[in-house]
Design a protein around this ligand. Sequence first.
Ligand SMILES: Cc1cc2nc3c(=O)[nH]c(=O)nc-3n(C[C@H](O)[C@H](O)[C@H](O)COP(=O)(O)OP(=O)(O)OC[C@H]3O[C@@H](n4cnc5c(N)ncnc54)[C@H](O)[C@@H]3O)c2cc1C
Length: 325
Amino acid sequence: MLEEIRQIQNPLVRSVTAASAAFAMATIVSGAAVGLVNPQDRAMVGVYASLIGSGCGAIAGVVSGKKGSKTEPITGGNLSQAPTQPRTEGKTWQDWRNFVVMRKVKESEEITSFYLQPEDRGVIPNFQPGQFLTIKLEIPGRPQPVIRTYSLSDYPEPCEYYRLSIKRELAPKGLEVPPGAASNFMHDQIQVGSIIPAKPPSGKFVLNVQQSNPVVLISNGVGITPMISMARACSRLNPQRQIWFLHGARDGQYHAFRDQVMAVAQQNANLHLHFAYSRPRPEDAGFYHSMGYVDTALVESLVSKDAEFFLCGSPPVFAIADGGA
Ligand SMILES: Cc1cc2nc3c(=O)[nH]c(=O)nc-3n(C[C@H](O)[C@H](O)[C@H](O)COP(=O)(O)OP(=O)(O)OC[C@H]3O[C@@H](n4cnc5c(N)ncnc54)[C@H](O)[C@@H]3O)c2cc1C
């Protein structure tokens, strides 16, 4: 029961609930004690015991809530967080909610991850693999906040943080234009402890993990972000399902999450990986499966057409859809 009371977010409600529970407990215990000891003023013993019990319960409610809502350090980014208990369905929120950057991790030459937890230390809602978060950045010199969407790139169990993995967008070659506003601000100015307002997870590009037909996750570059979430979710919740994870990168330096994806595959024999490097370096030998792009020919050589396909990335990947894979 203590655990259930701890889950209540509102301290007043938690305190009243704890007080009521303690009141009931104290009444039962004092009733039994009165029966055994038979004191002179039975009614007053019961009343005092119940009042003391509810007072203690109210204090315990506040204190246990503080413990229960404490933001735990993040240990995510691997599958070692085995599902020990069912996911707590956190209540979603309206409009913007402040998040604190708890960790900032370089994933590749151009992609950096940001682990976010709510500033209010409350529970955050679960999300569907493939969904994204909308964030708002106050960038100095800009009259308006910059609003951007980023895929949720992990599938933590329990859902204690959101992870965004952002590619630094450079100015296109040959154009005298500024580099990407939000992505460069995130890389250069956002640090551990920074506050970022975010809207609740959203989006319909989602994997229904419970289906039984094979699923093919095709990405290149930063398009890998929703695919990791999908691969993790499916491996955890429906490990019988065949998953093909096809990813294209320039070389090992630009290949984000290689070790994380390989770790998931090591725990799930039904997750099949294929990494294609377009310009591999000599030291990448042994870390990729083919040279070139993830294209229609490659997809057709690996998987059957009756699978469910998800594509995310830049033009070479979308050419697959045109090619009818
Ligand atoms: C559903 C969804 C999910 C996404 N998930 C991710 C994700 O997981 N990770 C990720 O990194 N991105 C993701 N994106 C992309 C992301 O939302 C941003 O679009 C991206 O980070 C670029 O934003 P920016 O502000 O850095 O660049 P912007 O300022 O929007 O600029 C974009 C590009 O345009 C160039 N540019 C600037 N001015 C001009 C001009 N005048 N003429 C021509 N070019 C110009 C910039 O140099 C830059 O290369 C996602 C997008 C969507 C819609």
